[in-house]
Design a protein around this ligand. Structure first.
Ligand SMILES: [Zn+2]
Ligand SMILES: [Zn+2]
Length: 334
């Protein structure tokens, strides 16, 4: 439960085709410049986020301070948001004090954002065979959890690690690291392990391996852990969303269980099916193409799963993200 989450009126949750949503979804033209919008107001192209059935948003920057994420979410018309709570490519840790937590909560209090998550640092490798790196990773991962708890975020998205030496022992180290961190940092934020493209020695590139990771957790902790599915990752891992869309979800349900799907990362891909390369692309402009996203946006099985885009932002981040969200909302509207 996050203070950022506003309880949306029942009608707006049940009515993904609210009048404002329909009107904005019909506007297909892209503005020449983002500054065409009124400063401080949501851009007219950003569809009314209160019409979203499932929270929909983007990974946004926290440059200028964490509360700035709320302004960026509003600019792009988001009802969900993902952030880094520190510099993702550095080991330097930080804690969230009461003032920062209060500022975050009040910045989101009046926003349309009703689901928020953090993505953890890229450096963390809980599966590492190097004791020093693994110890450092566990400490860093615990700090990620503490920041999420302080901010009241709904979820922390985390990539499984690199086994480096041997897959089975790497998976065991990954599981033990998760257990150690979750036991040391009790809280409400759900940990969502993200399926990977399966590049090199990275774990979590198959549904079966992710299922094995989850099954190795003790029942007392299992309820705190779910899965994040990134369309670009599973595509690169070899799951053909274009030609065999239903097979992915049937297999997901059989191995992991759809009830454990806590977040969708909606990204098209620059990479080929099965290439194991993690290269995000704008929705509908990559190798996946628009059709699988249309199916996801209208798939009743996924109707309530929060969705976040991590697509390239180009020179005009807000305008590009707003265009992507409007595109996705348009797909959801028959
Ligand atoms: Zn992702
Ligand atoms: Zn990725």
């Amino acid at each position: 439960m996050t203070p950022a989450r506003k309880t949306a009126p029942k009608t707006s949750v049940a009515a993904p085709t609210a009048p404002a949503a329909r009107t904005a979804a019909r506007r297909k033209t892209t503005p020449a410049r983002w500054t065409d919008g009124v400063e401080g107001e949501p851009h007219p192209l950003a569809t009314d986020p209160r019409g979203d059935r499932a929270p929909l948003g983007a990974h946004v920057s926290i440059a200028g301070g964490m509360p700035q994420a709320a302004l960026r979410a509003r600019e792009i018309g988001a009802s969900a948001v993902q952030v880094f709570t520190k510099q993702a490519n550095r080991w330097l840790e930080r804690e969230i004090d009461t003032d920062e937590a209060t500022a975050w909560r009040s910045a989101f209090a009046e926003s349309a954002v009703r689901w928020s998550c953090a993505h953890d640092s890229y450096l963390i490798n809980l599966a590492s065979p190097d004791p020093e790196l693994r110890t450092r990773s566990i400490a860093s991962f615990r700090a990620e959890l503490r920041r999420c708890h302080a901010l009241g975020l709904d979820a922390l998205v985390s990539h499984p690690g690199n086994f480096m030496d041997e897959r089975a022992s790497g998976l065991a180290r990954n599981v033990d690291g998760i257990i150690e961190a979750l036991e040391a940092e009790p809280g409400q934020t759900q940990l969502l392990m993200e399926l990977t493209a399966g590049q090199g020695t990275v774990l979590g590139g198959t549904l079966e391996e992710m299922a094995a990771l989850l099954e190795a957790l003790p029942p007392t902790l299992a309820s705190r852990v779910g899965v994040c599915l990134d369309t670009a990752h599973v595509w690169a891992a070899g799951y053909d969303l274009r030609e065999d869309y239903d097979a992915l979800w049937t297999r997901f349900d059989d191995t992991i269980g759809l009830r454990r799907l806590g977040c969708l990362h909606l990204n098209d891909s620059k990479a080929a099916l099965g290439s194991h390369l993690d290269r995000h692309e704008l929705i509908g402009e990559g190798t996946i193409g628009i059709e699988p996203f249309r199916r996801i946006m209208t798939d009743a099985r996924l109707a309530h799963v929060p969705r976040i885009i991590e697509t390239p932002k180009g020179d005009e981040p807000a305008a590009t993200d707003a265009r992507m969200l409007t595109l996705l909302r348009g797909l959801a509207t028959p």
